[in-house]
Design a protein around this ligand. Structure first.
Ligand SMILES: Nc1ncnc2c1ncn2[C@@H]1O[C@H](COP(=O)(O)OP(=O)(O)OP(=O)(O)O)[C@@H](O)[C@H]1O
Ligand SMILES: [Mg+2]
Length: 256
């Protein structure tokens, strides 16, 4: 759990994002803390994925500022997000389907040996397989072969591999956008367990879901989006499903 007095890993201030006439995000203030699972909730079209894409360097801001460890940052590209240790796990785009597990682990960050400087580099396949296998074993994730393409894995195995990859690259912030949609119950439980272990290792986690039992099981704090605005925040241990649903539906805090 986080200490109340530590600086947030990230701070969003008055963040806005426009797509032509659509204001997908308006004036959003949000603090993201290391060691905490922050649930990002809201109805369809509320702005959750847009907020994630702003943090992942997919969309540029229309207005506002983002701070990382107290410094103003311009997350102008996914590469910048990676350099800040921000890893995003999308339900469908988590991995390249026709590549193997190890290839997906190291995509864009392959281990190589330089034979002739600036001319020939060779991939160190064995080292990458061993490295991927070590991470998966440590997290108790069972994948029979790391060479098979990831589209032959189950949905839960894919999510688990994507989370393991984020751990391998020592992410500071892992964003999970609807990670358990379409998973079996044991697979959902594995993803929830991995999410919790990320936070226990000091990683900040943003967890987007429409599933209330996931929200109550895994989040520490909840931010509710409503039509592009942040409707409010709730502490999971001090709220109820009824209060959360009310805020999602009306954009307002229900009266006690
Ligand atoms: N690339 C885009 N171009 C135009 N409008 C967009 C674009 N991306 C998102 N929007 C609009 O921004 C708003 C917020 O969409 P967003 O995908 O962030 O919602 P969401 O909260 O993730 O919803 P869901 O729960 O359905 O995934 C919607 O009105 C959507 O149509
Ligand atoms: Mg979305």
């Amino acid at each position: 759990m986080r200490s109340e007095h530590t600086q947030p890993f990230m701070q969003l201030r008055s963040v806005g994002k426009r797509f032509g006439g659509v204001e997908a995000l308006r004036n959003v203030d949000l603090d993201i803390h290391s060691g905490e699972v922050l649930g990002l909730l809201g109805d369809n079209g509320a702005g959750k994925t847009t907020l994630v894409k702003v943090l992942a360097g997919v969309h540029s801001l229309s207005s506002g500022e983002i701070w990382c460890k107290g410094q103003s940052v311009d997350i102008s590209a996914p590469k910048v997000a990676h350099e800040l240790g921000i890893e995003t796990v999308f339900q469908d785009l988590a991995m390249v389907p026709n590549l193997g597990v190890t290839d997906n682990f190291f995509i864009g960050r392959e281990i190589t040996t330089t034979l002739i400087p600036k001319l020939i580099k060779v991939l160190r396949s064995k080292a990458m397989h061993a490295d991927a296998r070590e991470t998966l074993n440590r997290l108790d994730i069972h994948i029979p072969s790391l060479k098979v393409s990831v589209d032959s894995l189950s949905g839960g195995q894919r999510q688990a591999v994507a989370i393991a990859r984020a751990i391998r690259w020592k992410a500071n912030l892992v964003i999970l956008d609807e990670p358990t949609a379409a998973l079996s119950v044991p697979e959902q439980n594995k993803v929830l367990e991995l999410t919790r272990s990320l936070a226990n290792q000091g990683v900040a986690v943003i967890y987007i879901t429409h599933n209330m039992s996931d929200v109550l099981a895994v989040t520490d704090r909840i931010a509710v989006m409503y039509r592009g605005l942040k409707a409010g925040e709730l502490i999971t241990a001090q709220t109820s499903q009824g209060e959360i649903v009310e805020m999602i539906m009306s954009g307002k805090r229900s009266r006690a």
